[in-house]
Design a protein around this ligand. Structure first.
Ligand SMILES: *[C@@H]1O[C@H](CO)[C@@H](O)[C@H](O)[C@H]1NC(C)=O
Ligand SMILES: *[C@@H]1O[C@H](CO)[C@@H](O)[C@H](O)[C@H]1NC(C)=O
Ligand SMILES: *[C@@H]1O[C@H](CO)[C@@H](O)[C@H](O)[C@H]1NC(C)=O
Ligand SMILES: *[C@@H]1O[C@H](CO)[C@@H](O)[C@H](O)[C@H]1NC(C)=O
Ligand SMILES: *[C@@H]1O[C@H](CO)[C@@H](O)[C@H](O)[C@H]1NC(C)=O
Length: 404
């Protein structure tokens, strides 16, 4: 009995509703009416609508300036609206930046507008995107674009003014020229550019906007990754100008400015090479060690620095200018070379001068002989250590100079 009752209840509902051509069992009257009005509306809208043809007005002479014909409608416009952006990765050697962009795009299609009072104030509805004409999102001059949406499940919203909008989630890998002269304290600027290809600029207009909500600091700081911090995000429209009117194109540009977090390079390269250099100078000038082991310390240090340079080289594009980190390491290398040169010179000098100084005894000669020993070496060592420290401090100074 307990089972039979709900079953028969459902059956009754079904029979009752099927007579009104609705199979959904609990339809309330207002909802039913809405569905009917909506179905009338869409039937009327789509009867003569061809989704393969665009609404762009083409009775325009493409050689004339924009808006020359006062009778013509305004340029058909298309807007890309940035809702969220996430930096995925930066590949410096290839000069590529990948971002995931959550976008809305909207445009007008006059054929999809209606008089709301004829349809009980229905102002909007949603439909499959296949049913309407939509512009193809095109990114200008990028490496790669990946649209995460399933081709068959794209939706679009339509309102009574013929205003249409949809949502896109894409991963874009853009090429951007990198300036690594301040590496690892560098800031890079990268552009993602959208365009409407094949249409003439006198016929269409592309616009872009950024959702104000994401400029909020708490949201903004989530858009970088662990190495790079997003510090600015701007939008503008620029004209790609050629000498003729026909080839000009509007580009909707989103520009991001990102700053590297240098901590990794500080503790992986800058600090260790400072320590190695500091200790090596002590080793090279160590009193009592023989000449060969002093040279060994110096050469090992030079090899280490060269290796560190190699590690750095993998992270930067092969551009003409030497990055700060490279200059720092090269200075360390030069300091080490000077240390080796001084030690060798002093040793040779002493070997050459001692017999001569010993030939005739005088106070000055004795003092000179003493000076050619440890005092000269210590003085040089201290000067070179100070240079190493200064080099390190200047390097770290750039970090604070960065203002972050
Ligand atoms: C829908 O259109 C049909 C045929 O034109 C009409 O009979 C019906 O009343 C309309 N329904 C509504 C809710 O407007
Ligand atoms: C875009 O086109 C629509 C419809 O033609 C118009 O109402 C709107 O003002 C245009 N927007 C801009 C920014 O020109
Ligand atoms: C919309 O339809 C109503 C009712 O038929 C009519 O009175 C009104 O003028 C129409 N509005 C426009 C803008 O055509
Ligand atoms: C539509 O909106 C107008 C103005 O708000 C209102 O007077 C009218 O009653 C509404 N019609 C329906 C069917 O809801
Ligand atoms: C972002 O860039 C714009 C345009 O270049 C600039 O006016 C603005 O001051 C920048 N904002 C920050 C926080 O750097």
């Amino acid at each position: 009995m307990g089972i039979v009752f709900p079953l028969s209840f459902l059956l009754n509902q079904y029979i009752f509703l099927s007579s009104t051509n609705q199979y959904f069992p609990f339809v309330i009257p207002q909802y039913k009416e809405f569905l009917e009005v909506q179905s009338n509306l869409t039937k009327n809208l789509f009867t003569d609508y061809d989704p393969t043809i665009s609404p762009v007005y083409t009775w325009i002479d493409v050689d004339q300036p924009i808006g020359y014909d006062s009778q013509a409608p305004k340029r058909w416009n298309y807007t890309v609206f940035l809702y969220y952006l996430k930096l995925v990765e930066v590949q410096e050697p290839e000069e590529k930046v990948s971002v995931v962009m959550e976008l809305m795009e909207y445009w007008y299609d006059a054929r999809l507008s209606w008089n709301t009072s004829l349809y009980q104030n229905t102002t909007s509805f949603y439909a499959r995107q296949d049913n309407v004409w939509s512009p193809t999102l095109t990114v200008f001059g990028v490496n790669d674009i990946m649209d995460f949406r399933d081709q068959d499940n794209r939706m679009v919203a339509i309102d009574n003014f013929g205003f249409l909008w949809d949502y896109i989630s894409v991963r874009i890998s853009a090429n951007c020229q990198m300036d690594v002269s301040r590496f690892p304290f560098d800031t890079q600027t990268c552009q993602i550019r959208f365009c409407l290809p094949i249409f003439y600029r006198v016929q269409v207009e592309i616009l872009n906007e950024i959702y104000e909500g994401i400029m909020d600091e708490n949201i903004f700081k989530t858009m970088g990754n662990s190495e790079w911090k997003l510090i600015n995000l701007t939008n503008r429209v620029e004209v790609l100008k050629y000498n003729d009117n026909m080839g000009n194109m509007d580009l909707a540009i989103f520009e991001i400015t990102i700053r590297r977090n240098p901590l990794y390079y500080i503790y992986m390269i800058v600090f260790p090479s400072f320590v190695i250099n500091f200790v090596s100078i002590v080793g090279v000038f160590l009193n009592g060690a023989d000449k060969m082991s002093r040279l060994n310390v110096g050469l090992t240090n030079i090899m280490t620095m060269t290796f560190i340079l190699g590690v750095m080289a993998d992270k930067i594009p092969r551009t003409g200018n030497i990055p700060l980190l490279g200059i720092y390491i090269i200075i360390n290398l030069v300091i080490m070379l000077i240390a080796i040169a001084i030690v060798t010179a002093i040793t040779e000098l002493r070997r050459w001068a001692t017999p001569k100084l010993k030939m005739k005894r005088s106070a000055l000669r004795t003092q000179l002989e003493i000076f050619l020993g440890p005092p000269l070496e210590y003085t040089s060592a201290i000067i070179l250590e100070l240079m190493t420290c200064a080099n390190f401090l200047v390097m770290v100074g750039f970090w604070f100079d960065d203002g972050s």
